[in-house]
Design a protein around this ligand. Structure first.
Ligand SMILES: Nc1ncnc2c1ncn2[C@@H]1O[C@H](COP(=O)(O)OP(=O)(O)O)[C@@H](O)[C@H]1O
Ligand SMILES: N[C@@H](CCOP(=O)(O)O)C(=O)O
Length: 350
């Protein structure tokens, strides 16, 4: 009997100007408890699921994002099936479709699961290569894997690697097992090497994180399709200037609100997503360090609709005002007071 646990933090990406670049790992977790019992004869993993998304997440291992990612890693390594007698108990604290990286966490959990099941011992960089074939922006998956406040970029790929990366996700992630007596088709192409590069920034211990989570979903795909294909030089420079300052400003103790609040402004994604999140422009414009002493900055978390506020104090009052603004739009919210997790995703053998 083998038992191990995979634990992956949720993430908030962008932090204002860092669209598709920065991510922050936070203290809500997706946890898998995996058992492989050689006395059992089941060939497909037996999945159970509690917590966020329990009414939506498929329990068929060939449909579930996490187990599909695990199978992808195994098949890239030439292993065509899950081990016999495997069961997986999933517990999820990360709400779906709220901008807190639930899909990134599910992808990383699956990649680590595949690595552990195949005893592959892939490096962090190689694990990330696999994750980037599935979640094709690096910010969430990198922060979930590495932990902390992380910046990342993708390499331009060779023409050959570009072809491998262009393989449709339906081929990378098999949705159905082969029929009895049949073999899988061609194995998926192994991901190109060294696609993603990252660095961890500091995070001042005084900075607390408040997530105001509206009770509706915005799919990341839809929020990405709302963005334009090109930007003005002025808007790009606006974001670059702020991001350059922000990554160091958030590491400095004591935090300088005069730097951080302005450095969390964005012109690349939030303005184009406001129609998806009623109340967003009012919230971003009206919750300020003058109205709420202790507030350092405020932004959309990932693709939204969650609002992320960074503060040194006064967290309850900040959360209350944002909740009330959403209420004016007839939107209920949950509030989470979170901390930045320094550890990224973990696999623990029992
Ligand atoms: N733990 C999980 N298990 C299975 N599927 C998941 C899990 N977490 C997220 N997903 C899938 O990812 C979708 C949400 O992804 P996405 O739109 O990118 O939003 P988010 O901002 O939460 O990452 C869910 O609707 C679900 O299909
Ligand atoms: N940079 C991405 C981040 C999406 O994060 P999610 O948590 O909403 O999945 C984007 O802004 O589209």
């Amino acid at each position: 009997m083998r038992q191990f646990t995979v634990k992956v933090p949720c993430t908030s990406s962008n932090i204002g100007p860092g669209f598709d670049v920065v991510g922050l790992s936070l203290s809500l977790y997706l946890t898998l408890k995996v058992t492989i019992d050689s006395n059992q004869s089941n060939k497909s993993p037996i999945l159970s699921y509690t917590g966020q998304g329990a009414d939506e997440a498929p329990l068929d291992a060939y449909q579930n994002l996490t187990t599909r990612c695990a199978l992808y890693v195994l098949r890239c390594a030439g292993i065509s099936s899950f081990p016999v007698g495997i069961s997986i108990k999933v517990h999820n604290e990360v709400p779906f479709g709220r901008g807190l990286g639930s899909s990134g966490a599910a992808v990383i959990a699956g990649i680590l699961l595949g690595d552990a099941l195949g005893n592959l011992k892939l490096s962090k960089e190689r694990l990330l290569d696999h994750a980037l074939m599935i979640e094709r922006h690096p910010d969430n998956v990198t922060a979930a894997l590495i932990g902390g406040f992380v910046g990342s970029y993708l390499l331009d790929l060779s023409p050959e690697d570009t072809t491998a990366k262009a393989v449709p996700l339906s081929e990378v992630l098999p949705e159905y097992p082969p029929d009895a007596g049949e073999q899988w088709g061609k194995d998926p192409p192994a991901p190109p090497r060294g696609i993603g590069h990252f660095i961890r920034f500091g995070w001042a211990p005084e900075i607390k994180v408040i997530a105001i989570i509206p009770h509706f979903e915005v799919s990341t795909a839809k929020a990405r399709s709302a963005l334009p294909d090109s930007y003005s030089k002025q808007d790009l420079v606006f974001n670059l200037q702020r991001l350059a300052v922000l990554t160091t400003a958030l590491a400095r103790s004591p935090p300088d609100v005069g730097l951080i609040f302005q450095a969390m402004q964005d012109r690349v994604h939030q303005p184009y997503r406001k129609h998806l999140i009623p109340g967003l422009p009012t919230i971003l414009a009206s919750v300020t360090p003058s109205s709420h002493p202790g507030l350092l900055g405020i932004c959309l978390s990932g693709a939204g609709p969650t609002i992320l506020a960074l503060a040194t104090e006064n967290e309850q009052a900040i959360a209350k005002t944002i909740t009330e603004e959403f209420k004016k739009e007839s939107i209920e919210c949950s509030i989470e007071y979170l901390h930045v997790t320094t550890e990224g995703a973990q696999v623990t053998e029992e």
